[in-house]
Ligand binder design. Structure first.
Ligand code: A3P
Length: 345
């Protein structure tokens, strides 16, 4: 009997012992993985030393949780008032370019504690019906934020719509404008791919890219095709420059944002006069998606929707060469105006 009890006790001790060792091993591994998750700076480092400029950001990071609660509808009007939440007009707008990586840029900037994004494309300045509703309508479309934060919205149609520069100027002549561009031919194919997918979803047939991009009568590039026109960045930018000085624009390299997002985001932080807060910790490469995804904290991370990063159809290489040749002089002018050389072919 005594022997049986001893064996039972030994067994229990063994189980408890292995549980303790297991937990210890798990903790060691976890701490190890935490270290790996923050290759550049540990949590404290990410928020920098405590100085005057940093304090509001720390507070904002903390308050973000409250903001989130409000968005979920869990906060009362009283709480909103108490926490000074406001709907602010954007201080910066991602005006384009369509298929340049506008969504990725907005989502990545939103990692910054001082940035709050408008989730939807508002289409206030490019849509006459919306514009007629007035600036208060626009403001009410903005997310709640703290006064120290900046609101950013993106509507890529702004870049190519005639009336938009003047309308934005009337709202705020010192607003900061972000333009994310990709190599023009790739962007045009991406644009085509999006339209093609829409047609296929509706069981409709569509022309091949080659047929749209090249005029069959002249065998020259078809400048009437919208996907081609949109990629002539300099033409659109020139219209904007009638209202805003070049210093109010920042060009983001959309091709580099795909492969190496952090340095591009750091340039935007600088342009927006924000302290650097987005780090390598916030971005991780997801091999399945083939893109960088976002890490907000140890629990919450996300990749962009599947509609971002479509597989492009194969395009006749001679058409690609023709398009690249066509865009070349426009690209040179774009580099010259913006001061950013992108080494496109
Ligand atoms: P493709 O679908 O051609 O690959 P937009 O948001 O302006 O519509 O741009 C879409 C493009 O964003 C995608 O074009 C994709 O290449 C690019 N992109 C950049 N960073 C991305 C990311 N982290 N995840 C998914 N797509 C990203």
């Amino acid at each position: 009997m005594l022997f049986k009890q001893q064996a039972w006790l030994t067994q229990k001790l063994l189980v408890l012992g292995s549980l303790a060792v297991g937990s210890l091993l798990y903790l060691v591994a976890r701490v190890g993985s935490l270290d790996r998750l923050q290759p550049i700076c540990p949590i404290e480092g990410r928020f920098g030393a405590r100085n005057q400029a940093d304090f509001p950001l720390r507070a904002l990071q903390f308050k973000r949780g409250l903001l989130h609660e409000f968005r979920k509808g869990n906060a009362s009007k009283e709480q909103v008032r108490l926490h000074d939440l406001v709907q602010q007009l954007p201080k910066a707008i991602i005006i384009g370019v369509r298929k340049g990586g506008t969504r990725a840029l907005l989502e990545m900037l939103n990692l910054h504690p001082a940035v709050v994004k408008a989730s939807q494309e508002i289409h206030f300045f490019d849509n006459d019906e919306n514009y007629a509703k007035g600036i208060e309508w626009y403001r009410k479309k903005m997310p709640f934020s703290y006064p120290q934060q900046i609101t950013i919205e993106k509507s890529p149609a702004y870049f190519i719509t005639e009336e938009v520069p003047e309308r934005i100027y009337k709202m705020n002549s010192s607003i900061k404008l972000l333009i994310i561009v990709r190599e023009p031919t790739t962007r045009a194919i991406s644009d085509y791919t999006q339209v093609l997918e829409g047609k296929e979803r509706k069981n409709k047939t569509y022309y091949k890219f080659e047929k749209l991009a090249i005029d069959p009568n002249t065998c020259e590039v078809n400048t009437k095709y919208k996907a081609v026109r949109t990629s002539i960045y300099t033409k659109h930018l020139e219209r904007w420059l009638k209202y805003f000085p070049i210093e109010q624009f920042h060009i983001v390299d959309g091709d580099r944002l795909i492969t190496e997002p952090l340095p591009e985001l750091q340039l935007v932080e600088k342009f927006l006069n924000l302290p650097p807060r987005i780090s390598q910790y916030n971005l991780y490469f997801n091999a399945t998606r083939g893109f960088y995804c976002l890490r907000f904290n140890i629990i919450f991370n996300k990749c962009l929707a599947g509609s971002k990063g479509r597989i492009h159809p194969e395009v006749d290489p001679s058409v690609i060469t023709k398009l690249r040749k066509f865009f070349h002089p426009f690209n040179q002018k774009f580099y010259q105006i913006t001061g950013r050389t992108l080494n496109w072919p």
